[in-house]
Design a protein around this ligand. Sequence first.
Ligand SMILES: Cc1cc2nc3c(=O)[nH]c(=O)nc-3n(C[C@H](O)[C@H](O)[C@H](O)COP(=O)(O)OP(=O)(O)OC[C@H]3O[C@@H](n4cnc5c(N)ncnc54)[C@H](O)[C@@H]3O)c2cc1C
Length: 511
Amino acid sequence: MKRIHDQNEMSIFLADESRRTGAAQEICFPQTADEIVQLLQEDPRAPITIQGGRTGVTAGAVPESGIAINLSNMSRVIHLPEPDQDAAPYTAIVEPGVLLVRLQEMLHARGLFFPPDPTETTASLGGMVACNSSGACTYRFGATRHHVRSLGMVLADGDTLTLRRGEYTAKAGRFALTTNGGRLIEGTLPQIRMPQVKKHTAGYYVHPDMDMLDLFIGSEGTLGIVTQIEIDVLPEPKHLWGAVVFFPTEDCAIRFVHLLRGDPGSKDGMLLRPQAIEFFGVDTLDMLREAQRTGAALTDMADIPAGCAIYTEFAAEDRSELEPLFRRLGQQIEEAGGDPRQSWFAFRGPDMLRLKDFRHAAPVCVNERVSEIRQDIPTITKLGTDMSVPDSKLDEVFRMYREGLAQEGFQTSLFGHIGNNHLHCNIIPRTEEEYLRGKALYTRWAEDVVRMGGSVSAEHGIGKLKVWLLQKLYSEEELQAMAELKRLFDPAMRLNPGNIFGYNESWSQDR
Ligand SMILES: Cc1cc2nc3c(=O)[nH]c(=O)nc-3n(C[C@H](O)[C@H](O)[C@H](O)COP(=O)(O)OP(=O)(O)OC[C@H]3O[C@@H](n4cnc5c(N)ncnc54)[C@H](O)[C@@H]3O)c2cc1C
């Protein structure tokens, strides 16, 4: 097994996309679950931080001390279905270090795909399970949790656990699991008021009668190390058509979202459910236009019009389903105050890829801008929201962001998964003073989102950077009850220390 001790060699592994850097005694690259067991048993007290693709934005994979276990060498694809020979439903089995981009390529060659699609395709499957990741197409297909059939895991003491959907179900909050080593782990699930939103990955997912597999998905590596993943995969649709629709104002764009979703008060929605409904605010298009002007991104695309935009896509087996639907889309664009002639449409694979590149460029440009500022002021981090609210609160949450930003005069970028009422509102602080003011605003927003019945993290998780937000969502008692649940699986609290629960007061204040 490869092991690195040299601090220089280690340095690139001590950070993730949050750009926070940490420290470790060594970084180990196991190739098998047995090697992970061996590492855990070498020093049963050493803190362990688990790493996948390190594309996370909450420093979940950034170690503070002890051993980092990097899973990039556990990247075998164990089973892929052959649609010519196998009957549907199809499943694939992979090791955790397999990157999404590689899996998607292999599936595509077989006419299949894995629906949860975080726009960052260098994420690993293990990281996606740990964060219950989601992406643009979550609007239609749900988050990673909905597509996981079974998990193989190594627990903190080196024992292993295999969970298959439907095998272990809690009854009225009580559960009992048997490890592969024959140990019985039984306990009571905490009673937690889970937000009633479509996307939520803040703290443990618990329900009195839950499938116990779901507890581990989204637990951010705090309960076990995922070593094998079985997922459902779907046949690719024959036709995938998409559009980036430009609007003169953000009010028009929101009206269009209500029409696309067929929300109460709007007419009868689309003939087919869109796969994705994504938003780009005026500030985000300004940023992308600037990147286009300087040659930093999107140079092969047409000039980006003024205003804001919605990206949407539809899939069907037959073109004849999509043609009337796109005629209808044109009417809805006009109804919402836009002009179909100003929109970009894609009816073929290569054009769809360009629209997806356009979508991905938004978070990439924000992260690059923050990195530039951090060269002068390293203490600054991006202040990016990842909060979701119920459908009925979309207009309210949108107003909340825009009014707050207008009062403070920050450099900003608002974009994201508006179909699921989940917007990334990014404050890009230029000074320490702006950072602190931005954080205070973010705190007020989090309190308002919780009052609206929303979640403080819809897809990025809590990691180490958002512990203070989890404290807005849950009471001290609820957080203590979650920590008790962790102790059942990890009595020494050694797995991913700092994630979800924080280390101490200074960590929980995020500086
Ligand atoms: C430009 C950009 C766009 C993004 N867009 C999205 C988006 O649309 N949707 C979305 O959900 N996310 C998005 N992300 C965030 C990120 O890509 C996801 O959270 C991703 O799932 C993280 O996977 P990873 O392999 O990089 O995990 P890492 O960053 O390495 O780890 C993330 C967490 O998972 C834990 N972990 C990793 N592997 C395992 C394992 N095998 N067992 C147990 N725990 C493990 C780590 O300890 C850590 O806590 C984006 C990130 C970037 C940079």
